[in-house]
Ligand binder design. Structure first.
Ligand SMILES: [Zn+2]
Length: 344
């Protein structure tokens, strides 16, 4: 189980610009597992531990008067990243930080929200309408998908672009949420992973009108060409292969974290293909508050068009004392959640 443990931590005291939050739910993702294994993560200065949890739904327990309009009793999602002094951070785009000196709750230099109480800068809290309270903990992974999709469309404003076919590589929570966002935008979506056709993930993709392909049964090179591809597996050979599947004028968005890998590849052919087809490959990481806000809007539409689908992504819910179960693996898992409301 690596370095994860349950401790009695002191209740944090909010500064003038911070709100005190009471945690409702925490979502668990691959980054948490990497931190637990010790390959990632940085404790706040002066602390010898890092409180986990960057996917959080909370209730505001205490907030001084603020221009964001956040008040006691509000249901909120805190964003993850906090800005440094760079020009992008100072203009609301900490996800586009120039220096890398930003901090992240539960990941880098700031405690996360996986405790009964936590604090966040009040300006980085996104209000959640009550009708989304049972699914809103999915907003942080959704914000990552929102950014990838929005940036792809923004980049494509370079021309007349009417995308029809999209490919999503990887069906983790971000992958499934990406498929949902693309279905809302009317695209014909194919999603590829390695689980069988009768798995929960495959059935979820089919339920929202996507096509699921098990890469063990069918190579991705047999799937034809795509106008938009989002690569979320972090497998560098797949990313290289995906670029060859772009239609003319197509765009490939890389969202994975790729390990060093030496490969022999005909880069001349690859660059010629990019030039002669006006193709683009770009990377996207994290998400600023704007993408959390657009995620709330898309959640409302998803709840109407695909009722029950967001909630069906919660395949494991555990109380805080059951944390080892929550962070452990399960067959056919999609999203594990720690529910602090079991404490009440
Ligand atoms: Zn910055």
């Amino acid at each position: 189980m690596g370095s994860v443990r349950l401790i009695d931590a002191p209740q944090p005291t909010p500064s003038a610009r911070e709100a005190l939050l009471r945690t409702n739910k925490i979502g668990i993702c691959g980054t948490d597992l990497e931190i637990i294994q010790g390959s990632y993560g940085e404790a706040p200065s002066g602390s010898d531990y890092l409180i986990l949890g960057h996917e959080c739904l909370a209730t505001v327990e205490e907030a001084s008067i603020n221009s964001a309009g956040i008040k006691r009793g509000d249901l909120v999602i805190p964003t993850v990243r906090r800005p440094d002094g760079c020009i992008n951070c100072q203009n609301g785009e900490s996800d586009m930080c120039l220096t890398g000196q930003y901090m992240e709750h539960g990941i880098k230099g700031l405690h996360g929200f996986c405790s009964e109480f936590s604090v966040s800068d009040v300006n980085f809290l996104v209000p959640v309408p009550p009708e989304l309270s049972d699914v809103a903990v999915l907003l942080e992974p959704t914000s990552v998908a929102e950014k990838g999709v929005a940036q792809s469309f923004k980049i494509q404003e370079r021309m007349i672009w009417k995308p029809k076919r999209a490919l999503v590589l990887g069906t983790g929570p971000v992958g499934i949420l990406t498929v949902l966002l693309l279905r809302l935008r009317g695209l014909d979506v194919t999603a590829v992973a390695t689980r069988p056709k009768d798995s929960l993930k495959a059935r979820t993709i089919e339920k929202i009108g996507g096509t699921y392909v098990n890469a063990n049964d069918q190579p991705i090179t047999s799937l034809g060409k795509f106008d938009l591809i989002l690569e979320e597996t972090g497998v560098s050979s797949l990313a290289a292969e995906a670029q060859g599947l772009l239609n003319n004028n197509g765009v490939l968005c890389l969202l994975g974290i790729y390990q060093p890998k030496l490969a022999t590849q005909d880069i001349g052919h690859s660059y010629a293909d990019i030039v002669l087809g006006n193709k683009i490959t770009f990377g996207s990481v994290n998400a600023n508050k704007r993408y959390f806000v657009s995620g709330i809007q898309d959640f409302k539409t998803i709840q109407q068009r695909f009722p029950g689908v967001l909630k069906s992504l919660f395949t494991k819910i555990a109380g805080p004392s059951d944390f080892s179960k929550a962070y452990g693996p399960t067959k056919d898992d999609i999203k594990s959640v720690i529910d602090f409301q079991t404490l009440n």
